[in-house]
Ligand binder design. Structure first.
Ligand SMILES: [Zn+2]
Length: 297
């Protein structure tokens, strides 16, 4: 019996011919039944792989992210998350668009083999040489910011790869410290949260909990919108490559460790997030990723 079998005997509700039936499930991997009902939902998380076929620079071992991701893939195959989120900086820069596209195809082949349900948060390094359109079409994602529902939870993917003047990043047209969520995206976020009555989890690359070089410049505006919704449980972010955690206005802002940092599989980092029916959150960290438990309020 593995650690995830705890719901094996949990009573679950089934809607059959319009009648609510209480049933006992013996499934090892509980799945959403009957539309919007909440059972334990598992999400696989990775961030800051910076994959590139180039020599290490400082603590960044670009090539090794491929083997580190393969290890994470093995773990995720056991845990069977409902979906995967890559929190940005999947690749690192090349001198040409063609070579950078090659890096993306190589790393995404391994990532895409893990799950059909995948979500890519744009990081500054994803759209350094490439345009957003090029990156997104290569990974098969329509939009850079959007939301979706799984298992009774509303998930939001944000894109802070915009300059202060609203121009989207691409083709080396930006400074990495100039990350912003433009007014049109803020308006969308407000409306999107207002239209949902579900608990919310947010994914971002640049940080929303700090005011330094690694933060979204207008992070205070974003935090205000998240706070006003009253239903945001947590924000998962990357970008600064280190474990960090801040609780602001009752929202957990959790920064995940970068996969690219350090040589050897032991220097990797990835995690499995479990959202329980009582809305407690359990983050199981692997390698250098810290684990967290947040009990429901
Ligand atoms: Zn990074």
């Amino acid at each position: 019996m593995n650690q995830h079998d705890h719901l094996g005997s949990t009573r679950r509700r089934f809607l059959k011919n319009g009648t609510l039936v209480l049933a006992t499930s013996a499934l090892a991997s509980p799945r959403l039944v009957g539309g919007d009902e909440l059972s334990t939902l598992r999400v696989g998380l990775v961030t800051d792989l910076h994959y590139a076929d180039k020599a290490p620079a400082g603590s960044r071992h670009y090539r090794e992210s491929l083997a580190k991701l393969s290890e994470a893939a093995e773990q995720f195959r056991k845990d069977d998350p409902a979906f995967l989120v890559e929190l940005g900086d999947l690749i690192d820069a090349a001198d040409s668009v063609e070579v950078e596209q090659g890096y993306l195809q190589t790393i995404n082949k391994t990532f895409a083999a893990i799950s059909r349900d995948r979500h890519y948060v744009l990081g500054n390094h994803c759209v350094d040489t490439l345009t957003k359109e090029e990156f997104l079409s290569s990974v098969g994602q329509e939009k850079s910011y959007y939301s979706f529902d799984r298992g009774g939870v509303h998930f939001v993917v944000l894109d802070a790869c915009f300059r202060s003047d609203g121009e989207p990043y691409g083709r080396k047209n930006f400074k990495w410290t100039d990350a912003n969520i433009p007014p049109v995206e803020l308006q969308w976020l407000k409306a999107d949260l207002a239209a949902s009555d579900k608990p919310v989890v947010v994914f971002a690359h640049q940080r929303l909990d700090v005011t330094h070089n690694h933060s979204v410049k207008n992070s205070a505006d974003v935090r205000q919108i998240l706070k006003e919704s009253g239903r945001v449980l947590a924000v998962f972010q990357g970008h600064s490559h280190q474990n960090d955690l801040q609780d602001i206005d009752g929202i957990h802002y959790c920064t995940l460790v970068a996969m690219v940092e350090g040589s050897g599989l032991e220097s990797s980092g990835y995690s499995l997030l479990e959202i329980k029916p009582d809305l407690s959150l359990h983050l199981t960290g692997f390698r250098n990723q810290a684990s967290q438990t947040w009990l429901s309020k």
